[in-house]
Design a protein around this ligand. Structure first.
Ligand code: SAM
Length: 343
């Protein structure tokens, strides 16, 4: 999965292609919330402003910034709220991006913000910032675990005469909870995403981190009926379950086990500030108040962010912070509908 997504010259994210966009007509493969509607970033800006004021940090770090849509709209909205780069309240907007191709797109889109927007290649030793990541955890390579006739195997890939095929071998690895039953069961674990959360916990000294993605708590993730796992490919705005076909030309993702992310963050000294659905979070952050500021077509797009049958329920928001900032953190986004107890 790492090679298929990130290896230079081969990987999907290494290629200079549109990747993200509104529909197949522009050659893109999938759409994300910030690409779908600027009201995603504008609602989030209200929460970011509150978190910055609460923790006293002056930097924002975004991981996996895609085409720069979230950064551009967020910074503009923070300026409208009087607490953006123009007022000197946001000192730096730092992007960590593994894709050189997307980094180029970001640089072009974010040029109007000048020196405020910067790129980093590695985690700093110590971070005082609001950290953002939209659909980044799902893009990190997972391991496939396959229970066959009651025995667990790790699923790998072999090359048979130029054709890639699955190959299972016995493993001591296990999902965090045993899916009930003895039936054959394919699922994923995400050690890289967990390591990323631990690294976040190690370096985040002051501030708040907000991770947005599709996924569920572990009792839903490892539900006995989810026997085929969540690994999925995206190409031309269609999804398919065949990562071994057309490798490098499509995105490969897995849903996020938010329980595992919260536990990894806690193990590294962070506390959970809130966890809820994207729909609930955006409503609480004020999306409805912003609707009259955009046209009818943009309103319809924005409503997809919160409708349960679109992105409102499958997508979740997890906010974590160092203990000092988690205590008495503003409950913006979570005042009603917090689901931390379900993790
Ligand atoms: C599905 S795209 C989401 C892009 C953007 N956040 C959005 O919502 O439009 C995943 C992004 O995460 C980046 N990415 C994947 N793993 C990463 C990592 N370990 N650190 C930073 N960026 C990463 C990819 O290159 C890509 O920009």
């Amino acid at each position: 999965m790492h090679i298929a997504l990130y290896q230079p010259g081969v990987g999907y994210y290494a290629a200079p292609r549109p990747l993200l966009g509104l529909g197949p007509q522009d050659g893109s493969d999938f759409v994300t919330a910030p690409e779908l509607s600027p009201l995603f970033a504008r609602s989030l800006a209200r929460a970011v402003a509150a978190w910055m004021a609460h923790s006293g940090v002056e930097d924002i770090w975004e991981f996996g910034a895609g085409r720069g849509a979230l950064a551009a709209e967020l910074l503009a909205e923070l300026d409208r709220l009087g607490c953006g780069p123009a007022s000197g309240r946001v000192k730096r907007y730092v992007i960590m991006e593994v894709s050189g191709a997307l980094r180029g797109v970001q640089a072009q889109r974010l040029a109007p913000f000048g020196e405020v927007v910067q790129w980093a290649d590695a985690w700093p030793q110590r971070l005082n910032a609001v950290v953002l990541g939209n659909e980044v955890l799902d893009a990190m390579p997972v391991k496939l675990l396959h229970r066959v006739a009651g025995a667990w195997h790790e699923r790998g890939v072999i090359d048979v005469g130029g054709h890639l095929q699955w190959s299972d071998r016995p493993t001591a690895l296990r999902p965090p909870v045993a899916p009930a039953g003895e039936h054959d069961y394919l699922t994923e674990i995400a050690p890289q995403a967990e390591a990323w959360m631990r690294e976040l916990g190690r370096v985040l000294h002051r501030g708040v981190a907000c991770l947005m993605d599709y996924g569920f708590p572990e009792h839903e993730y490892y539900h006995p009926q989810r026997a085929g796992g969540t690994l999925m490919c995206h190409q031309g705005h269609q999804s398919d379950p065949e990562p071994l076909r057309d490798v490098g030309n499509k995105d490969i993702t897995a849903h996020v086990d938010f329980t595992a992310m919260a536990l990894a963050a806690q193990a590294a000294g962070l506390a959970v500030v809130g966890y809820t659905s994207q729909g609930s979070f955006l409503l609480e952050a004020g999306l409805v108040d912003l609707l009259p500021s955009v046209g009818v077509a943009e309103q319809a797009a924005a409503l997809k962010l919160i409708h349960e049958h679109e992105m409102g329920e499958l997508f979740k928001v997890l906010v974590v912070a160092p203990e000092a900032d988690a205590a008495a953190a503003p409950d913006i986004g979570f005042a009603r509908g917090d689901r931390t107890h379900t993790l």
